[in-house]
Design a protein around this ligand. Structure first.
Ligand SMILES: Nc1ncnc2c1ncn2[C@@H]1O[C@H](COP(=O)(O)OP(=O)(O)OP(=O)(O)O)[C@@H](O)[C@H]1O
Length: 298
């Protein structure tokens, strides 16, 4: 990482954090399935917030509610106090960018072109201007390229700007996804499992990159299964289980919470989300077993 992000960058935020992204009472239902249950979460300036939870806990669904991909069944998401529109590109324009769990690069485009695609939400020139290729368009295009190269330099991919993205090693493809998200000049960056499939060195490099992004004044919300990564990276961590926010606090608080440990080890505890349903199923199974053995006795 050799340069800083100049355009949108400010000095690292002072200790007092102001709320940027706020989710209130978010509920997401798919037919009969409630994937996210009444979740509140905030991300403040200068913060790195982690979102953890076992497989199927509702983390990605919640991300999708924050980024306009899903319209929450109930609840509200605001950025800097304004309700976010239910359209992903408008959410990006508002200042929230994201990466996806699975790599979504344009594999036949170069590294630079991929970042330029992420830049289009910040380009004001319209279709007519693009077709005419007038001076305004050419100036905007030159500015976009300069900015994209700055971002590639920041993530350490400037030397590979002209390579096809599909020819990058896996770890660098993930970095490129982050670069593309940064090209929207976000105030909050959402990362969905950024270290999935990475080796320990790549994971450490990703951690350094996230710290550097935070130091540029961009708040981060990150989903991750790698607990070592999350607990050494985040200022605050929230744990979802079966769509409900079970615990939220500092890494020290969350990692020692026995409900979180149980959720990961699969050991139920009194009052666990879904425990009533489990008890109902067990009672029904026990009743069915009883009926079968009575029939066999006869
Ligand atoms: N579009 C959809 N339609 C129906 N059900 C869905 C949809 N998307 C997610 N779900 C369900 O919602 C629940 C939460 O899924 P989600 O992918 O958000 O969990 P997750 O915590 O991100 O899991 P993982 O860690 O495995 O990625 C799951 O039961 C899933 O099957």
């Amino acid at each position: 990482m050799t340069t800083t992000l100049t355009e949108n960058s400010t000095a690292p935020e002072p200790a007092a954090s102001t709320t940027l992204l706020e989710a209130k009472g978010v509920i997401m239902r798919f037919g009969g399935l409630t994937a996210v249950r009444n979740v509140d979460l905030t991300v403040g300036s200068g913060e790195i917030v982690g979102l953890i939870g076992p497989n199927g806990a509702g983390k990605t669904t919640f991300f999708n509610c924050l980024t306009g991909l899903y319209v929450p069944t109930e609840g509200q998401v605001t950025y800097k106090g304004t309700v976010l529109p239910p359209k992903p590109y408008k959410v990006t324009q508002a200042g929230i960018s994201r990466t996806f769990q699975n790599i979504r690069l344009f594999s036949n485009m170069t590294v630079l072109e991929n970042v330029l695609v992420g830049r289009h939400t910040r380009t004001k020139e319209g279709l007519i201007s693009a077709l005419l290729r007038g001076p305004g368009y050419r100036r905007a295009e030159a500015e976009a390229r300069t900015r994209a190269m700055e971002i590639l330099d920041f993530v350490g991919l400037a030397a590979k700007a002209d390579r096809l993205s599909r020819n990058l090693p896996y770890g660098e493809q993930r970095k490129l996804e982050i670069a593309r998200a940064l090209a929207g000049d976000p105030g909050v960056l959402l990362l969905d499992e950024p270290t999935a499939g990475m080796n320990p060195q790549e994971t450490r490099a990703t951690q350094e990159l996230v710290f550097a992004i935070r130091d540029q004044g961009i708040a981060v919300l990150v989903i991750e299964h790698d607990m070592r990564f999350i607990f050494s990276l985040c200022d605050r961590v929230a744990c979802l289980v079966q769509g409900e926010k079970l615990v939220e606090g500092t890494p020290a608080v969350v990692q020692s919470d026995e409900r979180v440990i149980s959720a990961y080890l699969g050991t139920p505890y009194d009052g666990a989300p879904g425990s009533e349903e489990v008890a109902e199923v067990q009672a029904a199974e026990a009743a069915a077993d009883g009926a079968t053995s009575e029939e066999e006795d006869r």
